[in-house]
Write a new protein. Structure first.
Length: 181
């Protein structure tokens, strides 16, 4: 079974527990912290991938290192260690965040601009695109792309809204070419 399918199952279980206990935001924060720990420390990954380290040693490590985390998070990590699926943590985080965002009417957007957008500009983009996409909130990740001459390109999921100057010039060029045929 692929990692993403397995990750989705764990994320659904954690999401249901979080919904039941009204702790979705806390679980998302803890998941992101756990993922960050695993992404930044290759020794931890090596430790969990090592077949010579017993499952019990791995579980004891989890109990010690993540003792300040919620019981739900510790239990998830213990189950992942038991099933040798710690490597699925990034996919679990991704699936969990998608479900939480969907439930709360939140969309994640990558906004490409020639310079960093001010807070007011980000708020304007958020207001316009949240309404356009029928979402309550839009989380903006502003990406500075100096190849953009001007304007913005907004990517939400698999939708792209290209309002860059280069795209507008391309449209003008296409309309001139088709008008001359």
């Amino acid at each position: 079974m692929s990692n993403s399918i397995v990750a989705k199952r764990y994320a659904v279980a954690l999401f249901e527990i979080g919904t039941e206990k009204s702790s979705l935001d806390q679980l998302e924060q803890e998941l992101n912290t756990v993922a960050q720990v695993f992404n930044e420390d290759q020794q931890i990954n090596t430790f969990f991938a090592n077949p010579r380290v017993s499952i019990e040693q791995k579980k004891q490590f989890i109990r010690e290192v993540f003792k300040d985390s919620s019981q739900e998070m510790v239990n998830l990590l213990l189950v992942l260690a038991d099933k040798r699926r710690i490597s699925a943590i990034n996919d679990i985080v991704r699936s969990f965040v998608e479900m939480k965002n969907e439930a709360k009417g939140i969309a994640e957007a990558d906004v490409y601009s020639v310079r960093a957008l001010s807070d007011d500009e980000q708020q304007q983009v958020q207001d316009v695109f949240a309404k356009k996409l029928n979402k309550n909130t839009l989380r903006i990740n502003n990406i500075v792309d100096e190849s953009i001459l001007g304007g913005l390109k907004v990517r939400v999921g698999n939708q792209i809204f290209d309002g860059t100057v280069a795209r507008k010039l391309k449209r003008i060029e296409q309309s001139v070419v088709t008008a001359n045929k």
